[in-house]
Design a protein around this ligand. Structure first.
Ligand code: NDP
Length: 255
């Protein structure tokens, strides 16, 4: 049986690219998302190329999601080698509109869910001799930006958890790292463009140009760039890398 990896938010965007890359690497995969349809289609596509893939439809913000995902992974492939906490959300709002409900939604999905899944899954990795966790952060894990107080606060919190658990688990064979992208072309990015267009009167093409000009490489990143970094962090060559925030941002953040 090949080593297996759990990928949350695997049905589209960055998570889909991660699933495709890890399947090509030869890992068995448990894909997780709320909607079964697109995820099952992806699983069928990957299986037709020879990958071992199982799916588990659930909302990762449910209290019991961590335990249920762990059990689904154990049933499918035994103790997992890797966990990629990718499912996340980003909604922009000015401070006056950053109400408790918006804050809670960001923290439920971007902080509570990944910590809950790590709490359920990591003990199985430790029992099995080690493993790898990769949490998908953001440049907003490392810096603040206007109109994303809830998102940036939640992604900073996720990076704090990543760094703490890396130290807590360092002697137990488990590494915990974050990959921190700038803007990546996915549905979240399309939503960002619509929000900027609504707020500024720019059209979406102009909004994209404005965002590109704000980045050192003047471009939006592609999902496979993030997937390649995740693949590296799961591999044996990355065994000494722990508690790091690997930025994929063309030098937007210096740290
Ligand atoms: P998308 O919105 O394109 O995809 C999100 C994925 O997560 C989908 O598969 C979705 O499937 C799943 N998902 C969403 N909510 C839940 C939930 N409650 N439970 C289970 N699954 C869920 O997002 P991206 O690919 O753009 O983003 C992925 C990650 O990358 C996020 O953590 C995001 O913060 C981060 N990121 C994204 C950037 C970007 O510019 N796109 C930049 C920096 C970081 P379903 O709807 O079926 O549940």
């Amino acid at each position: 049986m090949p080593q297996s990896v759990i990928v949350t938010g695997a049905s589209r965007g960055i998570g889909r690219a991660i699933a495709e890359r890890l399947a090509a690497d030869g890992y068995a995969l448990l894909l997780v998302a709320r909607n079964a349809g697109p995820m099952d289609q992806l699983a069928a596509d990957l299986a037709s190329q020879g990958a071992k893939v199982a799916t588990f439809a659930c909302d990762v913000t449910d209290d019991a999601a961590g335990a249920r995902i762990r059990d689904a992974a154990l049933d499918a492939f035994g103790p997992p080698w890797g966990l990629v906490n990718n499912a996340g959300m980003a909604e922009s709002a000015a401070l006056a509109k950053t109400d408790d409900e918006l804050l809670r939604r960001h923290f439920d999905l971007n902080v509570f869910a990944p910590i809950r899944i790590m709490r359920a899954v990591v003990p199985r990795m430790v029992e099995h001799g080690g493993g790898r966790v990769v949490n998908i952060g953001s440049t907003a894990s490392l810096a603040g930006y206007p109109y994303i107080t809830a998102y940036a606060a939640s992604k900073h919190a996720l990076l704090g958890a990543t760094r703490s658990l890396a130290r807590e688990l360092a002697g137990k064979g488990v590494t915990v790292n974050a990959v921190c992208p700038g803007y990546v072309r996915t549905e979240i990015f399309d939503e960002t463009l619509r929000n900027i267009a609504d707020r500024t009167g720019l059209d979406e093409v102009q909004a994209e140009e404005k965002l590109k000009r704000m980045t050192p490489q003047h471009r939006i990143f592609e999902t496979d760039e993030i997937a390649n970094a995740v693949s590296f962090l799961l591999g044996d060559d990355a065994r000494g890398i722990n508690g790091q925030a690997l930025s994929i941002d063309g030098a937007e953040i210096e740290h």
